[in-house]
Design a protein around this ligand. Structure first.
Ligand SMILES: Cc1cc2nc3c(=O)[nH]c(=O)nc-3n(C[C@H](O)[C@H](O)[C@H](O)COP(=O)(O)OP(=O)(O)OC[C@H]3O[C@@H](n4cnc5c(N)ncnc54)[C@H](O)[C@@H]3O)c2cc1C
Length: 429
């Protein structure tokens, strides 16, 4: 049997999990050559990016370095950004790699594939709102979260030295916006211990959500409890408030009123990367997600699969397509880990079946809220407080263990605990 070239683009939750498990699932290295491509050199668990943005967590231990991971998990890693796919020649096109000074370090390249898995995730959707690109911060990628954190620390320093406030506007009351708000409160409380006892009261945070309630994709009970917690922290929560424009001065609401802000974070929705809409012949929806069949390959090409946030799968018995969540990305990756070996041997793979295991939102140190999904024990049960917080951190550890192994994951957890004893709890520089 000819060696099959499997190329996975995107080393996020779905792509890295697939790369980590596929070699073992396929058997020896003779059958297939697996290559993972990502525009970054490291992976982080994306549902934690709001803590990187706030500076309340040191992410160094959480980063997975693709080159080292590839070496110990039987695949190749190629850094690069996908800019196109030539389906007739079965080749992916990668942009030139640039050095820190902007010069081209490696020319544009092409990689051949027999099977292609697209797991590119999603980025912000500005819905064409004026000023978002120029004046708002996003926290969907490591580099974006770092950029926001740098700007935030500058504002905090200014506020402490000039005895002023820091006004933050978060646009979007989904999981990203709600979790970031709680994390910023935690940051300010902890920052009060480092030279400016007034720091917590300097934060003026407003959250704007266009829908009638927060966390539209979550059960209402989670949304109500989260709102209560945020208001208890002194934040203004505006629902049914559509932001029409963003400027350096703040956000403009539908009624024309300008709400002043020093920093605006846009977390109002996601869409898949633009490159997907440019792949000839593949169907995409208005969020640029690729239409996939229940077997997870694209509707027009059985050799191209799409997983996670960049895929649009409408299960036959469901009213809505699957949501862009870590849970969906994980289950789809595990499905392909199990089914790709059979596909390579020419067999037909069974359909992917999604199991809703529940939903969790973490409000940092303050609380967490969640519901159990289709579990055998207490289905639909509401969780809050310490139990829900432990559940949220368990999801992170489970992902870490799935891609790095339980041994390494336990060591990382221990190291992190030791670090907390000797390092400041927040990022100070
Ligand atoms: C702050 C925040 C909090 C969240 N909280 C939750 C939560 O509590 N629960 C939940 O279920 N979900 C949460 N999410 C959503 C969740 O993180 C995503 O649904 C999940 O990460 C999707 O996984 P994925 O594998 O599809 O994509 P990702 O994990 O986003 O990975 C995509 C990968 O593709 C790479 N890539 C992108 N474009 C290219 C390109 N052109 N070329 C090469 N590589 C590329 C990226 O570098 C990245 O490594 C949160 C998201 C954010 C931002």
């Amino acid at each position: 049997m000819k060696t099959q070239r499997i190329v996975i683009i995107g080393g996020g939750i779905a792509g890295l999990l697939l790369a980590a498990r596929l070699r073992r699932s396929l058997g020896g290295p003779d059958h297939a050559r697996i290559t993972l491509v990502d525009s970054s050199f490291t992976h982080v668990w994306k549902p934690m990016l709001h803590t990187l943005a706030a500076g309340t967590r040191d992410m160094h231990l959480d980063r997975v370095h693709f080159l080292a991971h590839a070496q110990s998990h039987g695949y190749d890693f190629e850094p690069g950004e996908l800019v196109g796919v030539d389906r007739s020649a079965r080749r992916v096109q990668l942009a030139p790699l640039r050095a820190a000074d902007g010069s081209i370090a490696v020319e544009a390249r092409e990689l051949p594939y027999d099977w292609l898995v697209l797991a590119l995730g999603s980025g912000i959707n500005d819905f064409g709102t004026p000023g978002v690109c120029e004046h708002a911060y996003a926290i969907d990628r490591q580099a974006q979260a770092e950029r926001f954190n740098t700007a935030l620390r500058t504002q905090l320093l200014r506020a402490a030295l000039h005895d002023t406030e820091v006004r933050v506007a978060i646009v979007g009351g989904g999981a990203t916006g709600v979790q970031l708000a709680a994390e910023l409160s935690d940051l300010m409380e902890q920052a009060s211990g480092f030279g400016d006892a007034q720091m917590r009261r300097r934060l003026r945070l407003s959250l704007y959500e266009g829908a009638p309630r927060l966390l539209a994709a979550f059960p209402e009970r989670i949304a109500t409890a989260s709102r209560r917690t945020l208001e208890g922290l002194g934040f203004e929560v505006h629902t049914g408030a559509r932001v029409q424009a963003v400027s350096a001065a703040g956000v403009t609401l539908g009624n024309g009123g300008l709400q002043p802000a020093d920093l605006t974070v846009w977390a109002a929705g996601v869409k898949a990367p633009d490159v997907l809409a440019r792949i000839g012949g593949l169907a995409t929806n208005r969020l640029q997600q690729l239409a996939v069949t229940p077997g997870l390959h694209t509707t027009a090409d059985e050799r191209i699969f799409a997983l996670g946030d960049c895929a649009n799968l409408q299960p036959p018995d469901a009213a809505q397509p699957l949501p862009p969540t870590a849970q969906v990305a994980t289950q789809q990756a595990l499905h392909l880990v199990r089914q790709l070996p059979a596909l390579l041997r020419g067999r037909k793979a069974p359909a992917f079946v999604y199991r809703d295991l529940g939903a969790l939102v973490s409000l940092g140190r303050y609380s967490a809220y969640g519901t159990l999904g289709a579990s055998r024990v207490l289905p639909g049960h509401f969780l809050s407080g310490r139990v829900a917080q432990l559940g949220h951190s368990w999801l992170h550890r489970r992902h870490q263990a799935a891609v790095q192994g339980w041994g390494r994951s336990s060591l990382l957890c221990l190291t992190e605990r030791w670090q907390r004893l000797v390092l400041p709890p927040i990022r100070l520089s």
